[in-house]
Design a protein around this ligand. Structure first.
Ligand code: KG4
Ligand code: ZN
Length: 346
């Protein structure tokens, strides 16, 4: 029942990451969280190249681990457990992480837990806040978008989700067609801050439909058409047009997420007791405008709003170490033979 110190590893997309967490009676501390992005390696290809990602993960994961331990001031002998992302994600990268973790487990004799990357995101609000189960979670990332009721470290009930693209994917594609670098989310947010969100009308797909399913592909296509129209009119994309389009796009995403969150809260309320909290997680939850909208909604609905700090919203290994600690505390047995899985729904 003493404090637990866990090392986490993450390599399911284009970030190699390692982190050390200490969980004890006075709360949980992130002792270190090292994230090495691969953005530059993929920049020329306009997207993540799985082969390149896998090789880069295999090369730098050991370094990330060394750095994480050094920054935490913790030797391997102080650790109580290891956790690694076992999926879903690009299989080469996931394999690199799982192999590294198994090597560490073999060398140290430490117990190893395989963690679902999405569970890592979904449990992060409990790492930073005193948030009991169950809670309503909006998971919004580059590959995923769903409303879940988080009932336990291993129990998530899905209320709805995207029927096509994830919002992060839409942010990235719109950024690309506007000539902005990847990942596109932070770039669009920066441009949008100086733009007029009301000048260019964009649709809010699926808002007329009941329930809390979402859609973003029509919005993406509409943004593409709006860009083409602006380019045709001015003979090129003017800076002010680009800013206005970014602002309009971001507002449309915020509108959709806020309205669907309102409905998810209503559905959750109908099903049972008072909703204690809405939590957000995933890379898109790093967006300030989206966070502000959800915060407003929760204030109006009388529901607590929990949003982890930005660095814990985007991919990191602290969330994986935390999910490992959650599993250990819940009595879920370690999994030394953990298998890498490209697909793994929550
Ligand atoms: O969770 P994450 O780091 O990786 C996974 O997809 O699992 O999410 C990455 C996504 C990217 O699509 C990125 O553009 C988006 O999160 N993102 C943002 C912001 N920061 C990251 N989207 C909107 N606004 C941001 N500030
Ligand atoms: Zn992620």
């Amino acid at each position: 029942d003493g404090p637990l110190i866990f090392l986490g590893l993450e390599s399911s997309c284009d970030d190699s990451a390692a982190a050390v967490l200490c969980e004890g009676p006075v709360g949980t501390r992130v002792l270190s969280s090292v994230v090495r992005g691969q953005g530059r390696l993929h920049a020329a290809f306009g997207g993540v190249v799985p082969e390149i990602a896998a090789r880069a993960h295999a090369e730098v994961l050991d370094l990330c681990v060394e750095e994480a331990l050094a920054q935490a001031g913790v030797g391997p002998e102080k650790l109580n457990g290891l956790a690694v992302t076992a999926g879903p994600g690009l299989i080469g990268g996931v394999l690199a992480g799982v192999m590294t973790a198994k090597g560490l487990a073999a060398a140290t004799g430490l117990p190893l837990w395989g963690v679902n990357h999405l569970a890592g995101h979904a449990l992060t609000p409990r790492l930073t806040d005193d948030l009991p189960f169950p809670y309503l979670l909006l998971l919004v990332s580059g590959g995923h978008c769903q409303f879940l009721i988080a009932e336990g470290p291993d129990h998530f009930r899905r209320l709805g989700g995207t029927i096509d693209d994830a919002p992060g994917e839409a942010f990235d594609k719109v950024a690309k067609l506007l000539g902005l670098p990847q990942p596109g989310g932070p770039e669009i947010e920066r441009e949008a801050a100086q733009g007029d969100p009301r000048r260019i009308p964009l649709p809010r797909p699926l808002l007329d439909r009941e329930g809390c399913d979402l859609s973003f592909s029509g919005l993406k296509t509409a943004a593409l058409r709006a860009r083409d129209a602006l380019v045709a009119r001015a003979g090129g994309l003017r800076e002010s047009d680009r800013r206005d389009l970014c602002a309009a796009f971001q507002l449309a995403v915020a509108d959709i997420l806020a309205e669907k969150s309102r409905r998810a809260l209503a559905i959750y309320r109908e099903a049972g007791p008072e909703v204690p909290a809405l939590a957000v997680a995933g890379g898109v939850a790093a967006n300030g405008a989206i966070r502000a909208r959800l915060q407003d909604l929760c204030a109006r609905e009388g529901v607590a709003f929990v949003a982890p700090p930005l660095a814990l919203c985007t991919d990191n290994a602290a969330m994986i170490a935390w999910a490992g600690i959650e599993r250990a505390r819940a009595g879920i047995p370690a999994d030394p033979a953990v298998v890498a899985r490209p697909r793994w729904p929550l």
